[in-house]
Design a protein around this ligand. Structure first.
Ligand SMILES: *[C@@H]1O[C@H](CO)[C@@H](O)[C@H](O)[C@H]1NC(C)=O
Ligand SMILES: *[C@@H]1O[C@H](CO)[C@@H](O)[C@H](O)[C@H]1NC(C)=O
Length: 291
């Protein structure tokens, strides 16, 4: 019997994403999109009808990725960067929806139902005008005293995908069951729509410090894939894609969301074509296997 402990490595990068209008060319620098954001300058080009959200990246050929080094969130020291290499972030929009492709090398690690033994990935966007990346919005109030009045202006919108129950290539996120309950949950694949004022005051959309806060939806959809999977038919749970076999390769995480949502409570970021939004990405990889 082997005891295996996995530690999580949280890594985060931050910057800005510019939503190019249809006439903005590929080579445009999207002036101002990187102002105040040294790390990322992702441009979401207008490319309607080229991408299918299936976790596969072949349809992203020709879209420039922005490469970022992944540093530990708590100790952002270059010496401690994620050893698997940089993460590439690509974005496009089709006039109604935004699409993201996050690509990062890592050995295959996928234990059924054990999110802490699988990679997970998150995107965080500024919503409130005074929200900081640091401390997920940076509201000073702690649970018990953080609420939509005391932390007003510090809202950030978070999409978090933990793949422990998500079959590669299948679509997760917003679904009828959770949306009909008015929350950003995803009981099937854990691709959830969350908002926060700081790391301690983080809630599913539609919930808040005192329970139900509004009627919300999970507005995200997404899928994941790993290059080690060569099976080209649709995968089902019965195919047992779960393993910890450590095959080297690349993870792909693909997402979509409407540019605008029906949020009424500052829980979702709203994207505007021609404007820039602030974004941060995080990737957790199970490391430190102790036998
Ligand atoms: C953001 O902070 C400024 C300066 O403290 C303040 O005037 C403004 O009302 C804040 N915005 C919100 C939405 O609370
Ligand atoms: C704050 O949340 C409560 C419910 O939790 C809601 O009744 C109220 O309208 C919200 N206020 C604002 C300013 O969003």
């Amino acid at each position: 019997m082997v005891l295996r402990l996995f530690l999580l490595s949280a890594v985060v990068v931050s910057g800005a994403i510019h939503f190019a209008a249809a006439h903005e060319g590929h080579g445009d620098e999207a002036a101002g999109s990187c102002a105040g954001s040294p790390d990322i300058g992702v441009v979401a080009y207008y490319r309607p009808g080229i991408v299918t959200v299936d976790g596969r990246e072949d349809d992203w050929d020709g879209i420039d990725g922005f490469e970022v080094q992944l540093l530990p969130a708590l100790d952002p020291d270059v010496d401690k960067a994620y050893a698997g290499g940089k993460m590439s972030i690509k974005a496009i929009h089709d006039g109604s929806n935004v699409f993201f492709m996050l690509q990062v090398d890592g050995e295959y690690a996928y234990s059924q139902g054990a999110n802490e033994k699988c990679p997970s990935v998150a995107l965080m966007f500024q919503v409130g005008e005074n929200a900081s990346y640091h401390n997920m919005g940076g509201c000073k109030n702690l649970p018990g005293s953080c609420n939509n009045m005391s932390c007003r202006g510090h809202e950030v919108d978070i999409m978090h995908f933990s793949i422990g129950n998500a079959i590669p290539g299948r679509l997760y996120g917003g679904n009828l069951a959770d949306n009909s309950e008015g929350t950003g949950n995803d009981r099937f694949g854990h691709l959830v729509d969350v908002y926060a004022w700081n790391p301690h005051c983080r809630y599913l959309d539609g919930k808040g410090p005192t329970g139900k806060s509004s009627y919300a939806q999970n507005d995200w959809h997404g899928a994941w894939w790993h290059s080690k999977i060569t099976f080209n038919s649709g995968i089902v749970a019965g195919d047992s894609p779960y393993s910890e076999d450590g095959v080297k390769g690349t993870y792909y995480f693909e997402f979509s969301r409407p540019l605008r949502t029906m949020d009424r409570s500052q829980q979702d970021v709203q994207f505007v074509i021609g404007q820039t939004s602030r974004v941060a990405a995080a990737f957790w990889y199970p490391i430190g296997e102790i036998k």
